[in-house]
Each structure stands twice: as structure tokens, then as C-alpha cells.
Design a protein. Structure first.
Length: 220
């Protein structure tokens, strides 16, 4: 199968100690650090932007998996590249008119492009982005309504993951929202290989054990 990437969502971390929280997650076995960028417009919550990524980058070499829940993702490409973002995942709902230009710019700036879709968006909408001349490297299937951590996993989203995996055997497929020990098997057997987990990792007394359990489920 495709290699597992376990990505703790830093949204559930202590923002006042972001650098040490990031280091702790890497020490616990995280592959990526998932950074939730919310603009208070595309989603009804406001989190952090490029300046925080830039500050964090000074303290870690880790892969920063940036999930942009913003209205005009193209405006963020340059600042996020400068700040040191590794992956740049935008929402298809926010880029229906200009995704080709957007993907091209993300690549030009040396970041890995990904596309995310909300629970109400049909999976067919992202096929052109995977099949384009300049394709996205990852598809993020939201398993909750974007905006907040700690929500309940939506198992019905697994139909999207299964359809994607069947069509694209080597694509990175990320799931985000409500993932943890009780939902990972459903997501992994549907074909997800990049696992975002916020509250289940940060709320655990032994985050390393949760990360290793998530990895085992994907890899078996
Ligand atoms: C939700 C964010 C998620 C969130 C996941 O809009 O995209 O990354 O932090 O948190 P949990 O794992 O707690 O659902
Ligand atoms: Zn996210």
C-alpha cells in the first residue's frame, strides 16, 4: 500500500508553546505536523496564518502540512512559501475558478499541492485536479465540517475514500476530523493513508501509543 503519514493536528496543541508541542509530537513519532489555517470567513473560526508558520519553522525541520480553510487561497501561496510551509492544501469550494493557476503557483514555490473537500462536496469534483497535467499530490477528504477540532467522525465519507483509492492506487489520501483509535480501522480499510488526528492524540496520556496505533492500522 501507500506509506502511512500520521499528522497530529496542532489545532489541539497549546498555541502558547507551539514549538515545544511540535517537538513533542515529532518525538512521539509523528510524520507530519498538520496546521489548520482558518480565516473566519470560509469557516466560522479564526486560527493562525503565515507569521506563525514562519516562527514555528525556525524551531523545526518537520513537514508542515498546511490545510487552508480560507476564501482566497491563491493570496496565501507566496506568504506560506516564504514562511516555510511544506504542503499547501486548499479547498476546492474556494478555488473552482482558478485551481489550475493555483496548483501551478504552489508547485512553482516549492510546496506540495493538495486539494480538500467538505462533506457536502461530491468526490467527482476533484477528479479533474488529480488527472490534470499539473496534478495535486494529495486529496484531503474532510470527515467533519471544517472549522473545529473534537467533532464526530462521519463514516459516510468513506465512500469518497474508497472511490478515490480504487481510481488512484498510489495517491496520497488524507482524512481529517474525528480520527482516533475507534475510527482508524474504517478509514484505513477504505484506503486512507494520511491520517490527521487532533483531540485523540493531544488528549491521550500517551500520544506516542496513539500515533503508533494509527500507523499500524494503516500499514497492516
Ligand atoms: C477541522 C480541522 C481538523 C481538526 C481535527 O476543521 O481541519 O484538522 O483539527 O481535529 P480532531 O482530530 O479533534 O477532529
Ligand atoms: Zn485540518
Amino acid at each position: 500500500g501507500v506509506a502511512a503519514k500520521i499528522a497530529p493536528s496542532m489545532l489541539s496543541s497549546d498555541f502558547a508553546n507551539l514549538a515545544s508541542e511540535a517537538e513533542r509530537m515529532i518525538r512521539c513519532g509523528a510524520d507530519w505536523l498538520h496546521m489548520d489555517i482558518m480565516d473566519g470567513h470560509f469557516v466560522p473560526n479564526l486560527t493562525l496564518g503565515a507569521p506563525v508558520i514562519e516562527s514555528l519553522r525556525k524551531h523545526t525541520k518537520a513537514y508542515l502540512d498546511c490545510h487552508l480553510m480560507v476564501t482566497n487561497p491563491i493570496d496565501y501561496v507566496e506568504p506560506f512559501a516564504k514562511a516555510g510551509a511544506s504542503g499547501f492544501t486548499f479547498h476546492v469550494e474556494a478555488s473552482r475558478e482558478n485551481w489550475e493557476e493555483l496548483v501551478q503557483r504552489i508547485k512553482l514555490k516549492g510546496m506540495r499541492p493538495g486539494v480538500a473537500l467538505k462533506p457536502g462536496t461530491p468526490i467527482e469534483e476533484i477528479y479533474p485536479l488529480v488527472e490534470a497535467e499539473n496534478p495535486v499530490d494529495m486529496v484531503l477528504v474532510m470527515t467533519v465540517e471544517p472549522g473545529f477540532g473534537g467533532q464526530k467522525f462521519m463514516p459516510e465519507m468513506m465512500d469518497k475514500v474508497r472511490a478515490l483509492r480504487k481510481k488512484y492506487p498510489s495517491l496520497d489520501i488524507e482524512v481529517d476530523g474525528g480520527l482516533g483509535p475507534s475510527t482508524i480501522d474504517v478509514a484505513a480499510s477504505a484506503g486512507a493513508n494520511c491520517i490527521v488526528a487532533g483531540s485523540s492524540v493531544f488528549g491521550a496520556s500517551e500520544p506516542a501509543q496513539v500515533i503508533s496505533l494509527l500507523r499500524t492500522s494503516v500499514e497492516e
